[in-house]
Design a protein around this ligand. Structure first.
Ligand SMILES: NC(=O)c1ccc[n+]([C@@H]2O[C@H](COP(=O)([O-])OP(=O)(O)OC[C@H]3O[C@@H](n4cnc5c(N)ncnc54)[C@H](OP(=O)(O)O)[C@@H]3O)[C@@H](O)[C@H]2O)c1
Length: 291
């Protein structure tokens, strides 16, 4: 079986990768205790001993606001550790897959979604800069490596942290008011679709950059309205908030329109793997496990 060394197998995305793809791939997913990813010797040894056919890096320092005070830790996990892995995977002549983010873009391209050919320009924000540095390290090390950019992932079954969709559901079900930005373009990705897409990419041993997201787009306000409509909650509980007013309340800067163009993935791997936001939320509801 295709053996994949998975780093970050306990996270929102990583845990679902194991749940949904374990029939097709054999995942070896060491915990922090089993493998210190910040030790280059141990990383090299792990790749040499496990002999995977690829490495998938779903770990990361993912709390954008917390990252502002923890630059060293954030860069360590998002860029330094991937750097150790790409040295090892290059030696072993196997591909390295790095999960990245829409935040590598500045969000100023509002007339069309970002394609894989658009040049990143992260805002002055620690997380965004660390992820862009990670991308460069990965793509610069070998042409068989890959960067998979995702945006606002949400899961029906991962209860350890509140993604945006779960946050909306948790408030709306108690008739609490919520607010959503009305002037920001996003295309959140349902984690099950993302994992299905990753499966195709791993199977094909595809390389380069791919954008994995919903096939249409919305705004955080529109996303909240769709969640409310699909779940049968009161849409009147949702208030509009202006992007400029919202960003003032956050520690880290936020790019405005970071919707991702998914045509490259769909052209190469076909339709029916990624879905519209509405279809994603229908699927999310059908599997939803409350906390
Ligand atoms: N969530 C988002 O909104 C979002 C958006 C765009 C892109 N992404 C990217 O997608 C990827 C996956 O995100 P996610 O939301 O699934 O992440 P997550 O839920 O925060 O999980 C992070 C993973 O990294 C592991 N980890 C943390 N510190 C570590 C360390 N020092 N050594 C080794 N492993 C460590 C965690 O292990 P423990 O559970 O043991 O701590 C966990 O498995 C990340 O690269 C992220 O940048 C996420």
């Amino acid at each position: 079986m295709n053996k994949v060394l998975l780093i970050g197998g306990t996270g929102l995305v990583g845990s679902r990768i194991i749940q949904l793809l374990d029939k097709k791939f054999e995942f070896i997913a060491p915990s922090h205790e089993q493998l210190d990813v910040l030790n280059p010797e141990l990383v090299l040894q792990a790749v040499e001993n496990i002999k995977p056919s690829s490495v998938l890096y779903a770990a990361g320092f993912t709390n954008v606001d917390l990252a502002e005070g923890k630059e060293q830790e954030c860069f360590a996990l998002n860029s330094k550790a991937p750097g150790y892995f790409v040295e090892a995977t290059k030696k072993a002549k196997i591909p390295f897959y790095y999960l990245s983010t829409d935040y590598v873009f500045d969000g100023e391209k509002s007339d069309a979604p970002y394609t894989e050919d658009d040049l990143p320009n992260p805002l002055d924000q620690v997380y965004a800069k660390s992820k862009y540095e990670g991308e460069q390290v990965v793509l610069g090390a070998s042409p068989i490596n890959s960067v998979l950019r995702i945006i606002v992932p949400f899961s029906a079954v991962f209860t350890k942290k509140l993604d945006l969709a779960r946050l909306f559901v948790s408030k709306l079900k108690n008739n609490e008011k919520i607010s959503g930005i009305y002037n920001q373009k996003i295309n959140p990705v349902f984690v099950d679709d993302l994992v299905a897409a990753l499966g195709k990419i791993l199977e094909a041993r595809a390389s380069g950059i791919y954008h994995i997201a919903a096939t249409d787009f919305t705004t955080p306000y529109g996303y909240a309205k769709t969640v409310a409509r699909v779940f049968g909650f009161d849409e009147g509980l949702i208030e509009k908030v202006d992007y400029e007013d919202y960003v003032k309340t956050r520690r880290a800067k936020r790019p405005q329109d970071t919707w991702l163009d998914t045509h490259k993935f769909r052209k190469e791997f076909g339709e029916g793997i990624l879905h519209t936001v509405e279809e994603e939320i229908e699927a999310f509801k059908s599997q939803f496990i409350p906390k």
